[in-house]
Every structure is written in structure tokens, then in C-alpha cells.
Design a binder for this molecule. Sequence first.
Ligand code: ATP
Length: 218
Amino acid sequence: MTRTLVLGGTFDPVHAGHINSACALIDLFSPCRMVLIPGRIPPHRGTPSASPEQRLKMLELATAEIPGLQCDPCELDREGPSYTFDTLRQYRDKLGRASLIFVMGSDAWVTLPAWHNWRQLCDLAHLVVMKRPGSDGLQVPEALGRWSEGKLTDSHERLADHPGGLVCHVTLPQYDVSATVVRRAIVEGDSTETLLHPDVAGYIARHQLYLDNDNHGK
Ligand code: ATP
């Protein structure tokens, strides 16, 4: 059974950190497919600068030529806040007992106790936490540490062999880039060549995105 990895995010815009990390995960968990899912209404942050349709379009451009990498607009079709719990439930219903892995950066991991139904996420999927540059000093909430203790594994095989329930921390090649840095670079007229797929950079320029962006510092 093919395993499915899901990376949710705002993708405002999708950048090299997302795509390179996704490719490294595809190599690590092969054979697998990896799905990038943009949120329509992110529950824990301000309104994104680009519209949901623009963020989806940029994801399509960035993933078009990468085997195994797809994007899914499922959260854009749903009313209300884009809860990961609802998305994973939808995937679980489709996948039966195949392995489902939800991926997040270590900055997102420490916010987990604020997520809707966070304790139930492992009933639906495994969680893979990617170390993110600059995240070393982040405090792991006590409740999260306690909850994850019995679920931790280093074994990728165990993730492949079970539908969900485990937590695995991975260190991939590090890409010190964030959407905040990209938006700030655009406002300041700095080069984004190493940060963005050329087609995404072209789309942003054509649609004049992020130019008068007062959200670039989040
Ligand atoms: P922003 O700067 O606007 O907060 P972001 O760069 O964190 O955005 P998101 O779309 O919010 O991008 O991220 C989606 C997911 O990808 C999150 O789980 C985040 O931790 C992870 N992620 C983003 N950038 C990286 C990176 N450079 N390395 C590893 N994980 C990343």
C-alpha cells in the first residue's frame, strides 16, 4: 500500500524550504506520494496576503514537474477555518488502513496544543516533525511532551507499516527560508532567486503580489 504524506500550510507563497523539504521526505519515505494542502482560513494567524486561489496556483506551478508531489485544494472547498483534523479525517476515510503521515516544521509542532482536536490527530495519522532552522530554542509545551512520549519512534519502517499513531522527528537538509522572509524581500526589492521557483516568482511579478504588503512580518 502506498503511503501518503500531507504537508499543510499557508503557502503565502510556497518557497524553496517547502519544496526541498518535501522532496527530501519523498526520498526518505519512498515509495510514497506527498500532497501539499493550502489552508483557506488559517485558524492561528492573520489573513494571508495572497488569495486562496493565488496560493493554490503558485503551489501548482512549484510542484508541476516533481514526480510524487501533488497539491490538493480540499481545504479551499470547505467552509470555516481550515482544521487539519478535518482534512486528515477526510484522507483517512479515503485511504482505509494505509499509512498516512502529516508533516510539520518544528515551529508548528510547539503550537500543536492550540490546534483543534490536537490529541486526536494521531488517531488519524502519524506526525512527522521536521527540524527547522532557528527552532533550537523553542519551548515544547509540557502537555505536548507528555502526550507524545509514548508515541515517539525513529523507525521509518514502523510509520510505513501502521496507519497512524506515531510521532517521528527528522532532521533533513536545512533550508533557512520562510514565507515571511520572501514577502519582506519582495517589499524591499531584494532578489528571491534562491527562495522561489522561477514560475512562482514570475506569477508574483505578473500579479503584483506582496508589493504593498503590511503582513510581511506576520
Ligand atoms: P510564514 O513565514 O508566513 O509563517 P512559513 O514559511 O512558515 O510561513 P507555512 O506555509 O506557514 O510557511 O509552512 C507550512 C509548513 O511548512 C509548516 O509546518 C512549517 O513549519 C513548514 N516549513 C516552512 N518552511 C520550512 C522550512 N524552511 N524548513 C522546514 N519546514 C518548513
